[in-house]
Design a protein. Structure first.
Lengths: 302, 173
């Protein structure tokens, strides 16, 4: 021990060895995260620890926005108010019709023995920030697993489908937008019911309807709505509008470019939809049993 | 040719608490709700590079890697991409710190700019390998801006060490 170098000269392993160690560790983490999603618990712990710093950083910005809202001119508010009133009147007649149609629909469904579709529960959320990662298209909303958000839920705004919850933290959730390169959504053309799958194109603003035959009946201006066959998105939500159709005889498929109807830049408020309860029989069976046990009021016949 | 020697100021020893505080502040800046990270200078990388150049014995690859993990978790990006880039940046800054400090502050800025851009390139390669979207050349604008901020950061972060050792009436700070 006497011949050991003094602490002053002790510098640990060589820098290049250290770099190699940490680089290998990072590559391992990246592979685990990208391929197997094993890094999730560690990520959640760190994210929760950083949350106060994040809130501290966000606080002045949101305070500024709130002050600006507070001082929004009265004239502007009145104008908005009258506009909304007019809109409400315009919508009123449609809503009246809708109620009648809905009850009629319910009756018909009962007649044909179709399972009554439960209305999806929705969680109101606000977009905290968008586009943090330049390599993907995502937004962060202010509701997390504490509020009942789970990964896989659909997210919509006033105009249509926005995307899907892909990662949940206790107080925040990450929503992958339709325009993300890895995102796919099963759709149906409203005009003729043609089904297909729309993929994000990755350029940030458009989607592509892939694998449609070159002679498929798709026109510019067609509205795509969710087909609901994936069990994630409820049926009939507007998704995108076809902006360009290129038919090239050299390819078997047409190139169909669509523009999402939901705006990520216009709106801050979104709705997170709980999953449609049309799950497979084995899961709904146990769920139903649980629900029965919970309901306290006994039925008249029993 | 004789080496030109410039007068150098003898600095006070650095306080570890100040180093940590500067890193935390840079982290808070990076976590601001930016609409798009393109064009936003990565202050955490800049401050890490600064301390690796000026205090290579107190700041190193391990710390940089840890801070990178925090950035990854907070930003919700691929876990390990910032860690890898920051570790490589810290290694390069430590290896080159003697050379970098020989230059004037603007010449230093150019060299640091190259280091920052190289670490971003590493991040780009990692993300492309994992199947990300190519973000375009605007991805590197942040490094250029961060490089331009080097003189300012040098001035601010060295200020506590430039103070006089003793306070008297003629020097209030």
């Amino acid at each position: 021990m006497e011949h050991a170098p003094p602490q002053f000269f002790h510098r640990g392993p060589a820098p290049i060895a250290r770099l190699a160690f940490f680089a290998l560790l990072s590559v391992l983490l990246m592979v685990l995260d990208a391929r197997f999603r094993y890094a999730e618990p560690v990520r959640q712990v760190i994210a929760l620890a950083v949350y106060p710093i994040q809130q501290l950083a966000i606080a002045p910005v949101s305070a500024l926005a709130r002050t600006r809202e507070f001082f929004a001119s009265r004239a502007e508010l009145r104008r908005e108010n009258t506009e909304l009133r007019a809109e409400k009147l315009r919508d009123a007649q449609e809503i009246l019709v809708l109620d009648a149609v809905r009850s009629e629909n319910e009756q018909l469904r009962r007649l044909i023995g179709a399972r009554e579709k439960l209305r999806a529960r929705a969680i109101f959320a606000e977009i905290v920030y968008a586009g943090r990662d330049p390599f993907s298209r995502k937004v962060i909303v202010d509701q997390g697993s504490q509020q009942g958000v789970t990964a896989g839920q659909a997210v919509i705004d006033a105009a249509g489908v926005l995307g899907q919850v892909t990662r949940v933290q206790p107080l925040l959730a990450e929503v992958t937008l339709l325009t993300d390169k890895d995102h796919a959504i099963p759709v149906q053309i409203l005009r003729n019911g043609l089904r297909g799958v729309a993929y994000g194109s990755g350029d940030g603003s458009t989607m592509e309807l892939r694998h449609m035959a070159a002679n498929a009946e798709v026109e510019k201006g067609d509205l795509l709505v969710t087909s609901g066959i994936d069990g994630v998105y409820p049926v009939g939500l507007p998704v995108a509008r076809v902006v360009r159709v290129e038919r090239d005889a050299a390819y078997a498929f047409a190139k169909i470019v669509c523009q999402p109807v939901a705006g990520t830049d216009q709106h801050r408020q979104v709705l997170v939809l709980a999953k449609a309860e049309d799950g497979p029989a084995w899961s709904s069976e146990s769920e139903r049993a649980g629900r029965k046990a919970k309901s306290k009021r006994p039925r008249r016949g029993e | 040719m004789a080496l030109e020697t410039r007068p150098e100021r003898i600095l006070l020893p650095v306080k570890v608490g100040f180093m940590a505080a500067s890193l935390l502040l840079a982290l808070a800046f990076n976590l601001l709700p930016w609409r798009d990270l393109r064009g936003v200078p990565d202050l955490v990388a800049l401050v890490l590079a600064f301390w690796c150049v000026h205090q290579p014995r107190r700041m190193g690859i391990g710390v940089a890697w840890g801070v990178g993990l925090v950035m990854d978790a907070a930003n919700g990006v691929l876990f390990g991409q910032h860690a890898l880039a920051y570790a490589a940046l810290a290694y390069a800054a430590q290896a080159l710190h003697r050379r970098i400090l020989r230059f004037t502050v603007w010449q230093q800025a150019v060299q640091v700019l190259v280091l920052l851009a190289a670490s971003q390139l590493l991040m780009l390669v990692a993300r492309m390998a994992a199947g990300g979207t190519y973000p375009g050349l605007s991805f590197f604008v942040g490094s250029v801006i961060a490089g331009m901020l080097w003189p300012l950061v040098t001035f601010l972060l060295l200020a506590p060490q430039r103070r006089a050792a003793t306070v008297d009436d003629t020097r209030p700070i």
